[in-house]
Every structure is written in C-alpha cells, then in structure tokens.
Design a binder for this molecule. Structure first.
Ligand SMILES: C[S@@+](CC[C@H](N)C(=O)[O-])C[C@H]1O[C@@H](n2cnc3c(N)ncnc32)[C@H](O)[C@@H]1O
Length: 393
C-alpha cells in the first residue's frame, strides 16, 4: 500500500469490512470460562453478564443449536443468512461433541471455527470466497500434511453441506485456506483491562483491503476498531479503520505493525518468520540487530526520556527518516516513537495516532488503538508530553 497523495497524521486511509468473521473463543466451552465475557455471535459486541442490566436473559439463542447467542433478534436473523447458516449451525454442533477435537489444543478449535466460516463463505458469497483465495498465502507439502487432521473434521461435515459446496472439499483447499488465515487475519480484541497482562482476541476477521498492508516495526499507520463503542444500530461495528500515525509524502509505503510495537528484536524476528514467513529488514531492525543485549525498547521509556533533552526529541521527530535512510550511526533514533506513540497505560501496549485532522488543521488529541484512551499531545515536555483528555474536549 503506497500513498498516492501526501497524507496527514490522523488521516483515515481505509475503512474496511470483513469478508469473514469468526469467533476466537474455543468451540468447546472451557469449564473456567463462566466469568469470561460473552460476545454476540453476529456483531461480536460484548453481551452484558448481568440479567438486571439486560444480560443473557434478554439475548437470543439460536433456536436450533441453543448454543450460539445473539444480542437481538435482528442479529440472529442476519446471522442465519450469512455467518450462522443452517449448515454452520449443524457443523459446529457436530464438532462440539467430537472427542478427537476436544483433545486438541484450543488453537485448533479456533482454526475449525475459521474453516467452517471459510467453506460457508464459498456457499453464501462465491465472489468474496474468490477474494479470500486471491490473498497472499499458499500451502506447501508440509502445511498440507499438517492440515490432515483438520481436513478429516471438515470432510465429516461434507455430506450435509449444500450441494454446491460438497464438490469443493479437499485437503489442498483446506490447507490453502489455513495459509490465507495465518497471513491475513486481524484480531478484534476483547475489552481492555489494565488487570489483564494477556491481550485476548474476541474474533478474527479477514479484511480484503487491509490485507494489502505490509509490516514495519516502526509503522506509519495503525488500525482502530470500535466493536463495542459504535452506535447500537451501526451494522458496520466490526469494520476496521486505518489511520496515519504521522505525515507521509506521496509515494511512501504505508505500513502497519502486525503486533504490539514494544516487542524486542529477537521476538519480532521470530514471530515474523514463523507466522508471516519473512525476515524483517526495516530501519528499526537494522539498528536493533546490532544491539548487544537485544534489550526491549519499552523497558525504560523513562530512562530514554531522561537521557535526551527536549531539543534532541524534536530533532529526531523531524528527521527520523533522514537518519534511517542515510544510516547515520545513532544508537536509538526511534526512541521518540515510543515516547510519543506508545500508550503508557498498564498492560496496554497500544499505539497512539492523532484523531483525524479537521480540514487542514491537525488534531492534537491522540487516541490509543487498544484501550481507546484520548490524550492531549503537547509535544515533548517534562512529563511525557501528554495530558488526559475527556471525550467532551
Ligand atoms: C497481509 S500480507 C501483506 C500484503 C502482501 N505483501 C500482498 O502483497 O498482498 C502479509 C505478507 O506480506 C509479506 N510482508 C509483509 N511485510 C513485509 C516486510 N516488511 N518485508 C517482507 N515481506 C513482507 C509477507 O510475505 C507476509 O506474510
């Protein structure tokens, strides 16, 4: 994805709707999960747990499987046409009592959610299924062999699939679909809580245009979603929005970070190779590859701040690309990024981007793409440069 015109910090460059959306929760409920949040199986909004607050008693269960839960009759009816068709309902019900699947890691159960959603897409929207197949990601002999167990499960669902679908089932297609999912799925996170060290995903989606963004460990754009906070009558609450973090000239590649930016060099390289199949050679990796201890940059943002005075930050912020492209020997030219664009809330690790500009005027309010916090960006000052701001501001 390359800027076809100069872009401003905060500018929305893409709003994208998912062609596939599937639950990230294991198919077979865990005994410890009774206090975990529950989500509508169509719009994935959080369902209130308390009956007095309109909790599960006011939600709607699928009348066939009595398992999938929806926040309203409208969501149930929309789901029955697209995500929770009669084949999906029957397929998931059958898989939930499959003892071989029960013995598999939870991740395998989530892959099954994806495969059922993907095969179902071939039936409900052949054109979107072709888009899914056109995305990057292909299978090889090793991934085909690894897909065998999952495909045996899918084959057991074939006899009662719609006729148009039955001829599609194959080990090669199952493996190819898994490869598409691995490279392209975006996670919609569960509501943020400072007490949770692990960030949990509520659902995964495949977003056809957002899938074109490459990765950079110092991204110039990041993605937002408003699954719970968009208006209750908004049928596009699972859309994702890509906003610029900083200005970009025409011709500049626009990149996202595929995971929180605070990870250290070796874990980023490992993850990018294992999950996405490439060795990252971005400016940040080129610098951090030479660090002797591979220390995480998030370790001591305060030390970094103390080590540099305000003028240095401003110089870095103004000339980071120059430093990087010319390879100047600066140990930590991206320090400013962590101070300005990384959320400082406990356990958040989100990225901050300015709100969209109003006309030509840039916004000085930064929004976190994980916890949703809004902060006034006053530049770099003695206390981190950011003040809390309320929505009314
Ligand atoms: C979601 S796709 C990104 C879009 C993809 N490049 C395309 O043309 O459709 C993810 C894949 O893009 C490639 N990719 C993304 N970022 C990259 C980078 N910084 N360097 C090399 N390859 C990258 C990898 O093959 C990765 O598995």
């Amino acid at each position: 994805m390359v800027a076809s015109q100069p872009l401003k910090a905060g500018q929305v460059v893409l709003r994208d709707s998912p062609i596939i959306l599937y639950s990230a929760l294991p198919l077979i409920p865990q005994s410890s999960s009774s206090s975990s949040p529950v989500f509508c199986d169509y719009c994935f909004r959080t369902l209130s747990q308390s009956p007095s607050l309109g909790g599960p008693s006011s939600t709607v269960l699928c009348p066939s499987c009595c398992h999938h839960r929806f926040c309203s009759p409208k969501c149930l009816s929309l789901a029955q046409n697209v995500l929770h068709t009669s084949w999906v309902c029957k397929a998931l019900s059958q898989l939930r009592v499959n003892s071989a699947l029960l013995e598999q890691p939870l991740e395998c159960q989530v892959q099954v959610n994806f495969l059922v959603a993907a095969y179902n897409l071939a039936s409900v929207s052949p054109s979107n299924f072709q888009i899914l197949l056109s995305l990057q990601g292909s299978s090889d002999d090793a991934t085909i062999a690894a897909a065998q167990f999952l495909h045996s499960l899918m084959s057991s669902l074939c006899p009662f699939a719609p006729t148009s679908l039955q001829k599609l089932f194959s080990l090669e297609l199952t493996a190819a679909l898994l490869a598409k999912d691995k490279l392209n799925a975006f996670g919609l996170m569960q509501p943020f809580s400072e007490d949770n060290e692990e960030r949990s995903v509520r659902a995964y989606g495949i977003y056809p245009y957002a899938s074109f963004f490459n990765h950079d460990c110092l991204p110039n754009a990041c993605r937002f979603d408003y699954v719970d906070t968009s208006a209750s009558d908004d049928n596009h609450n699972t859309d994702i929005i890509i906003r610029m973090i900083n200005d970009a000239p025409q011709g500049r590649e626009i990149c996202l970070s595929y995971f929180p930016v605070n990870e250290n060099y070796s874990s980023r390289q490992k993850r990018l190779m294992e999950d996405y199949g490439f060795a990252c050679k971005c400016d940040r990796c080129n610098i951090e590859a030479n660090w002797s201890d591979n220390e995480s940059v998030e370790d001591d943002a305060e030390d970094i701040e103390e080590a540099m005075d305000e003028d240095q930050y401003e110089n870095m912020a103004a000339s980071d690309t120059e430093i990087n492209s010319q390879g100047e020997n600066n140990d930590f030219p991206h320090a400013y990024f962590f101070l300005k664009y990384m959320c400082d809330r406990n356990n958040c690790f989100g990225t901050l981007a300015p709100l969209p500009p109003q006309g030509d005027a840039p916004s000085d309010v930064m929004e976190c793409n994980v916890c949703g916090n809004l902060k006034r960006d006053n530049g770099f000052d003695g206390d981190g440069g950011q003040d809390g701001v309320s929505m009314e501001d």
